[in-house]
Design a protein around this ligand. Structure first.
Ligand SMILES: [Zn+2]
Length: 585
């Protein structure tokens, strides 16, 4: 037995699944997807085939000619319950294809079923999936590891008033009676965590030759306006990283409970509605998800132990896109924010230094529990360190060669080192790459962010005062964040800030979150109702985690945190519920 991914029962000695055909009926009343998955193997196999599942009701397994096949569904293992249940199918000699009939659990960890009240329109239910890191197994029985890429085609049988979207190429929609069947196909091989679907009352607007924005009808106009610059972004990214390989780059603006800022589902990026600031100031998240089209979706981490290869590279690529579109100062300001987030994450992991490493040992660790800014921002800094050492032109040459060499494959940190050695011999040792990959903390050769505007913000923080009206008028939302995040806690400036700049009313969720954290840490009570409102309305973990931590961290607000969570948790995604419960426990 050879298990190469600590988060999968996949046995590297068994045949790989190459293609999946899904036929699923979406049942909002039962909160299940039910149907069949037909798995085609890369080559004919025999003997045991181990698949990942979580809480799936397996109704039967048969060969492609209909012969029932023996299978065994193991109970989840006590020490690693997040892996789910191993499904072992015994393949008769020469088996090329099997069909698994199954239904998902109403608690499937990849799915969130929203009641109509939890949507913007209020009339129709909504369903969406979030499979990263290891939740695909809760909706499809397969080898749920990025090492085994699959192509797929799928039919979604949905209530007729709704659209069923997938992160794939649209084929057709057929309507009959009160149901509609949507056909989708994914011709490029993807890691299973990129399988994605959403079902709801959805409308769309074209915003470019390759891009369309989807959202609930009442949100679609503002979403189309906010993301109108997506084609400029695509062109800038192609200039930096080479041709875009996925045909379309559509965007789906999700309901507020979406747990992430964005998810880079290929051809259809999922985005939180907290990006709709009304001034296009938060579109760096779009740049991030777009950059994943190269780093992550094209070149994928082989397991969560090498997550930095997805996220560190993507933050680097995101800031290059931001620089190309909005200038170097903006990229540096965002890097400065990233550094603050990284330092906070390192502090949280003070007792678990193994989670401060880029190459993260994950045996016995739930990837949702280990999730932090470390692979993002420390990974970014490692790449910046290499870029500083060799210069931009040579680094860009490496980046192109790396993307070309590993496209459509899953790689480890060692594969990265091999490519680096081949393209830029000696630089790995020169920048002390070993310390970056396998050491805790941030090595001292990390380049600091450099920007005049950053210096100005720091001067303001150092002076311990609120900005004048003139200064405030020149502050971008990113600078506001840096200012608010930089103020020492507890701060005596809260009342003055609140009065002068009405920060409680900010439409920019990043600024609002920074303000609320400062206010909570400073015991500034007038901000608490707004914090409650945000926690009740938004399910994005980037805000839930620090806000709950801050509330729970002070004895005056600890009970409030518990009360708000009890009231709001039903509206959170299952992953977010679990993460917040852990913070409050
Ligand atoms: Zn990312």
């Amino acid at each position: 037995m050879t298990r190469l991914d600590p988060h999968s029962y996949n046995d590297a000695n068994q045949p790989d699944v190459a293609h999946v055909t899904l036929a699923l009926r979406v049942d909002f009343a039962a909160r299940t997807l039910a149907g069949a998955a037909r798995l085609r193997l890369r080559e004919a196999g025999s003997g045991p085939l181990d698949l990942d599942t979580r809480e799936l009701a397996i109704r039967g397994v048969r060969s492609s000619d209909g012969t029932p096949l023996a299978f065994e569904l193991a109970p989840p293992e006590q020490e690693v319950p997040w892996l789910g249940s191993r499904l072992r199918v015994n393949l008769p000699a020469g088996t090329r294809e099997i069909v698994i009939e199954y239904a998902t659990s109403p608690q499937a960890s990849a799915l969130q079923w929203l009641t109509p009240e939890m949507t913007a329109g209020g009339a129709q239910p909504f369903l969406f999936s979030q499979c990263q890191a290891i939740h695909a197994r809760s909706i499809v029985p397969l080898q749920d590891t990025p090492r085994v890429r699959v192509t797929y085609d799928a039919t979604l049988d949905v209530p007729r008033p709704l659209r069923g979207l997938m992160a794939a190429a649209f084929v057709r929609r057929e309507e009959g009676g009160d149901r509609a069947v949507e056909h989708w196909t994914m011709p490029q091989p993807i890691p299973p965590y990129l399988i994605a679907l959403a079902v709801g009352d959805l409308a769309s607007r074209d915003v470019g030759p390759r891009s369309r924005v989807w959202a609930e009808p009442s949100v679609v106009e503002s979403a189309a306006w906010e993301f109108a610059e997506v084609d400029r972004m695509l062109l800038a990214a192609e200039k930096l990283f080479g041709p875009y390989d996925w045909d379309r780059f559509d965007l789906l603006c999700m309901p507020p409970s979406f747990p992430y800022g964005g998810m880079e589902n290929p051809r259809l990026t999922f985005l939180t509605p907290t990006l709709l600031a009304g001034d296009r100031s938060l579109t760096s998240v779009v740049a991030h998800e777009l950059a994943h089209s190269w780093t992550g979706n094209l070149v994928s981490n082989a397991s969560a132990e090498h997550f930095w290869l997805n996220e560190g590279f993507t933050v680097f690529a995101e800031r290059r896109i931001v620089e190309a579109l909005y200038g170097g100062e903006m990229a540096q300001l965002q890097a400065a924010l990233g550094r603050l987030d990284l330092d906070a994450a390192l502090k949280r992991f003070a007792e678990r230094p193994q989670l401060q490493r880029l190459r993260t040992p994950m045996q016995g660790v739930d990837p949702d529990d280990a999730f932090s800014e470390v692979p993002y921002e420390k990974g970014y800094l490692f790449l910046r360190t290499i870029e500083e050492a060799v210069g931009r032109a040579r680094f860009d040459g490496f980046l192109r060669a790396y993307l070309q060499r590993y496209r459509f494959s899953a790689i480890t940190s060692d594969d990265f080192v091999r490519a680096l050695e081949d393209e830029l011999p000696g630089v790995f040792d020169q920048v002390e790459g070993r310390a970056w990959l396998d050491g805790a903390g941030v090595p001292p050769n990390a380049p600091p962010p450099r920007s005049t505007r950053l210096d100005n913000v720091r001067a303001l923080v150092q002076a311990g005062r609120v900005p004048t009206d003139g200064e405030a008028a020149r502050l971008s939302p990113t600078e506001w964040q840096l200012y608010l995040d930089g103020l020492p806690r507890p701060s005596t400036l809260c009342a003055e800030l609140d009065k002068t700049f009405s920060l409680n009313a900010s439409r920019n969720y990043e600024v609002l979150a920074s303000w609320l954290l400062l206010a909570i840490d400073s015991g500034y009570e007038p901000a608490l109702p707004r914090a409650e409102e945000v926690l009740a309305h938004v399910g994005r973990m980037k805000y839930l985690k620090p806000l709950y931590r801050a509330l729970a961290g002070r004895k005056e607000t600890r009970d409030l945190a518990g009360r708000v969570f009890e009231r709001a948790r039903h509206a959170y995604h299952p992953i977010a519920q679990q993460v917040v419960a852990q913070i409050l426990s």
